[in-house]
Every structure is written in structure tokens, then in C-alpha cells.
Design a protein around this ligand. Sequence first.
Ligand code: IMP
Length: 426
Amino acid sequence: MPLLAIQGCQWGDEGKGKITDYFASKADVVVRSQGGNNAGHSIVHHGKRFALRSLPSGILSSKVTNVIANGCVVNPSSLLEEIKGLQENGIKDFKLLISSRAQIIMPYHIDLDKAKEIALGNSKIGTTGRGIGPCYEDKASRLGLRLGDLLEKDYLRERLSETLIIKNMQLKMYNLPPYDFETLYQSLLELGEKLRPYITDTSYFLNKCIKEKKKILFEGAQGGMLCLDHGTYPYVTSSSPLATAIPLNAGIPFNAIDDVVGLVKAYTSRVGEGPFPSELFGDIATTLRDRGHEYGTVTKRPRRVGWLDTQELKYIKSVTGITHIALMLLDVMSFTDKINICIGYELDGKKIDYMPSTISECERIKPIYEQVDSWKEDISNVTRYEDLPINAKKYIQEIERLTGFEVCIISVGPDKDQTIIRKEIF
Ligand code: IMP
């Protein structure tokens, strides 16, 4: 399939970096279409771990063109830091294009993100503090600055002078100091000059690639349950990680994508606040967290962990249409006698077979579990499905039965080689 998309099906951190990197070796182009440096993809490349934030996961391969598309929000200084980090690690020969239509995360977005979280107190979202929400807010309220604006000296001066008046008023509301126009303007011009070689019309580029039948991989960021529309609002991010949003966020025809692979962890994790029906606590949570290295790539926060929730997966399936998945981190589950699988919810004493839309209902949900036998064998070196322990195979089959997903890839470790392919896709 020439156009493949990857989408996280839980609350993010499903291992998109590894799978994108896996497919990137077969791709001509890898695209990030939403989010910003709130995402954190770790990729193990020739034994070295790279933590990518805004850069697409194809960046380590010199033959891949990497695109940061119009639906993204970009922090220019942090992106330049990432680029510097690559260069310092010997990755110098990379191809990167950034959409002139992508929004700029301004320093005041970060201030406002943090100030809002403080003001919300106990109701805070638990954001990554990277200014993502305030940047998308400005996009929607037409106060945003875009990467292309950095290259137009006069326009940038005009635009910034208009928007900064309003932003400084907002900062004042939170008792934060204002930004000096001239200092900010000069620093933006400088950043623009450094990024100039990469900034272009990426929609035009991608449409050309589609015509030329190039293989394009759309790399997801965050996960479906963090979608601004369909996630556990307001405990979500400010864009849509669903594959259905990609055409808009990349400027390509709605029907251009041939296939979507959903990414599902063999358990569940979540960073930040918000409902998590199958959450675990105590010793078992600690073991699962440590075995899965569940500490944020961006913020280093310990992630909340829990059992696999197939009701949540069925919901994501219903709002996206995804039919097959990559089951990630299966090796992490080789530690317990029994595994619980959440197969549905109880709300106020009644069984329900849907995901409630209000946060108060989501918080009242009680998970209904089914228990299956586990396996204790180390499976991190297994390369064929047939060689997995019988109970691991049964776990996979049960997930398929409960969700209707077909498990086409199984990941048993962080390295590219630790991947079992049941069905060739890309
Ligand atoms: P924001 O995207 O920084 O505004 O954070 C909003 C919510 O999304 C918080 O709960 C974050 O922890 C979560 N979030 C944002 N990006 C990621 C990610 O890449 N992985 C997991 N959670 C994320």
C-alpha cells in the first residue's frame, strides 16, 4: 500500500516510534500531521536510543523525506535543539520539510499553558507544559503565527504587533510579565533564518508524491483517547490523533490513505489526569510500570498503568474504522500468573457497551474483567508467531475475539528485530 497511517488506539505512548521506524525503512516519506513537542517517540537505532519530539521517526534514515505538516504546532527553538542533537549523534544526512502553514508555539503559549494548569488547581489536565493547548487556541481564534510568517519580515512585524497586544493582556490576567515586542520579533527572525531551508508548502509536496506513487507513512502522535473531539474531554490534547483527521492535517485528499494500522499496548497506560477505568495501583502497577519502562519520554513523569481495556478499543474502532492492529510490548506481560482483560463497563450498577460521553460518567465507570492465564517465559527473542507460548497466543486470540481487530504485528521488545509480522502491510 503506498499510503499507510499509524494511529495510537489508547492514551498515547503505544510504541509508535518503533513501528514507524520499522515501516520507515520501506517508506519514501514520513509525515507528522498533528501535535507538537508534547509527543515523545523513542527509537532504538543501531543500539542507540533516540527520543524524538517534533521530528518524524523517519529522520534517522537518510533516504526518507520527513514532513512536519500543517496540522502540527512547532516550537522553533526546541526543533532546532532536536536537529542539533541528531547532528551531534552523527545523523547529519537527513531530509526535513516543515509546512509554512504549521503554527508556531510562542514562548507565551508555554507561560499560559503552565499558568492555566495552576489556575485549574485540582481540575488541572496534567498537560506536558509545552504550550500545545494555547497554541491551538490561537490557531482557532485566528491569533496564531505560522512558520511561513517567519520568512516575511514586514508581515511578521505587522502580525506580531497585532497579536502581542492581546497576548500581553492575557499574560497580565495571570500576573505574568509581558513580552517586549522588539526582542521577540528579533528572536523570531533569527529562528526563521535557521529554519528557512526546511520551510515549504508540504501539502503541494505530498500531493506531488501521491501522483508519483511514492510510499508515504503518516506517523501518529498521542492516542485516540486523547482526541479533542472523541477522547475523554477535557482530559485530552488539543488536536485529533485519529487517522480520520490526517487528510485535513496534511492537506491531501480525504480518500488518499490506503490503510491504517492501530497501535495497541498489551496493557494500558496514561499520562496526566482523567478517567482510566482499568487502572492498577500498588505492587502490580509498580511491576508493570517498571517492566514497561513507563516513564514519559518528554516529561519523565511515571505513567499510570492498567489492564488492557477492550471496551475502549471497540470505541476507538467505531470512531475510526481501523481493522487491524499492532500489539505492542507483549513481552512486558511475562510476569504474572493471571492477566485481566477489561471486557466492558458497569455504570451506576448497569452493564453498558459504550463509552460514555460525559466526564462524570466516565469517572463512575467500573470495569468488568475476564481473567486469562498468563505465561512466564521470556518472549523477547521470539520472531515467529508459532513460537510464542500457548497462553500468549491465547491472549492475542482473545483480544481479536473481543475487539474484532486483526493482530497483524506483535512487538516483543524495543529493537526493530523484536517484531513478529503475521501479515505484510506496507
Ligand atoms: P498537552 O498535549 O500537553 O496539552 O497535554 C494534554 C494531555 O495529553 C495530557 O494528559 C498529556 O499527558 C497528554 N499527552 C500529550 N501528548 C502525549 C503523548 O505523546 N503521549 C501521552 N500523553 C500525551
